[in-house]
Design a protein around this ligand. Structure first.
Ligand code: NDP
Length: 332
């Protein structure tokens, strides 16, 4: 499927063992909905894509229980099964899906270099970055303990399961405000746990939250732990943590939603690709093109706004089409 090894660069001969170098037309890094969709399109366009799945094969969706908002699954589907379906579809057209994590990149030349697991060097004519973003968690043991049992970092994905119930959202930014508003439309009561006495969210969002009758803001509260028999039944909070008037507060909830921000997984590319202040890769509006020709970004690593499986998949399709056109123009 791949071209034979062909190292022309003398320097490369000295620094890297030939068996550890591989040349590919299209390298896809990351295996969420964006990466797999890019792979389906790239494979069907004869780009012979090689995909490295990364640390969390299948991406963030594999931590979700049921996915009910992805078109084409009228009865819903679990995140892991949906990702397995996407993987099979990508492999059906010849995508070479491999275990491995991109650990270093060098986009300073026409041939883009990416190292896998600090060992294998891939020289790619095009690179599609679909490394996603990682939701931030508080770092409590209970977040792990109740993963899939009431703890979530995506209200749009999981909120529906808490219809008519009481939930809490942690955070005071725009995401927390949006998630609290979304959940308020479904749930009986939403606690918004805010660590300071102000919201970081934009004024318009903050006003909306404060005017929503079934949202109660717990100012200056922090979460110490969760409790429940197998699933979340409540949270132990501290009000005025570390101050003289610190007090313990217990709330009864069925769902605990983190909305304290995401970290885009763009660290290894930051020396070459333009990003925003947080690290989301900048793309030319309406395309997946980064500032480096031949390098494209799709999915949550370049989208701080929508962050949905279906939008990620759409942008993965764009990236593959952009890569295919880039190669056609280059080789014309
Ligand atoms: P932000 O970084 O803006 O906000 C994070 C929030 O989480 C802050 O209130 C912060 O508190 C709180 N927080 C962080 N760590 C902890 C912790 N350990 N314990 C408790 N609370 C914590 O992230 P967002 O995801 O909200 O937003 C990211 C960007 O995306 C922003 O620029 C935002 O404007 C934008 N966005 C825009 C939307 C829109 O326009 N519709 C929708 C969603 C996001 P503190 O304030 O005390 O630091």
């Amino acid at each position: 499927m791949f071209k034979s090894l062909d190292i022309n660069d003398d320097q490369e001969k000295q620094s890297v063992e030939p068996t550890d170098v591989e040349k590919v037309k299209c390298l896809i890094i990351g295996s969420g909905p964006a990466g797999y969709t890019a792979a389906i399109y790239a494979a069907r366009a004869n780009l012979n894509p090689v995909m490295y799945e990364g640390l969390q094969p299948g991406g963030q969706l594999t931590t979700t229980t049921e996915v009910e908002n992805y078109p084409g699954y009228p009865e819903g589907v679990t995140g892991p099964i949906m990702m397995e379906d996407l993987k099979k579809q990508a492999q059906r057209f010849g995508t070479d899906v491999r275990w491995g994590m991109a650990t270093k990149a060098d986009f300073s030349n026409n041939v883009h270099k990416v190292w896998i697991d600090n060992k294998t060097l891939i020289e790619a004519e095009t690179v599609i970055i679909a490394t996603g973003a990682t939701a931030k968690y508080l770092g409590l043991e209970d977040e792990q303990k109740y993963a899939g049992g009431g703890v979530s970092a995506c209200a749009t994905c999981d909120g529906f399961f808490y219809k008519g119930k009481d939930v809490a959202v942690v955070g005071g930014g725009d995401t927390a405000a949006e998630e609290a508003m979304y959940l308020a439309g479904l749930c009986k009561k939403v606690y918004l746990i805010v660590r300071r006495d102000v919201l970081r969210a934009s004024k318009v969002m903050a006003d909306r939250v404060m005017k929503t009758p079934n949202i109660e803001i717990l100012w200056k509260h922090q979460t110490k732990g969760l409790f429940g028999d197998g699933v979340v039944e409540g949270a132990n909070l501290a009000k005025n943590l570390g101050e003289e008037n610190e007090e313990e507060v217990k709330i009864k909830i069925d769902g605990f939603f983190l909305a304290i921000g995401h970290t885009p997984n763009s660290e290894i590319f930051k020396d070459y690709l333009e990003t925003d202040d947080v690290g989301y890769i900048n793309t030319v509006p309406g395309t997946s093109k980064t500032n480096v020709p031949g390098v494209f970004a799709c999915g949550d690593v370049q989208d701080s706004h929508y962050r949905q499986a279906v939008t990620a998949a759409g942008s993965g399709c764009m990236a593959a089409i952009d890569a295919e056109r880039y190669l056609s123009e280059k080789n014309a």
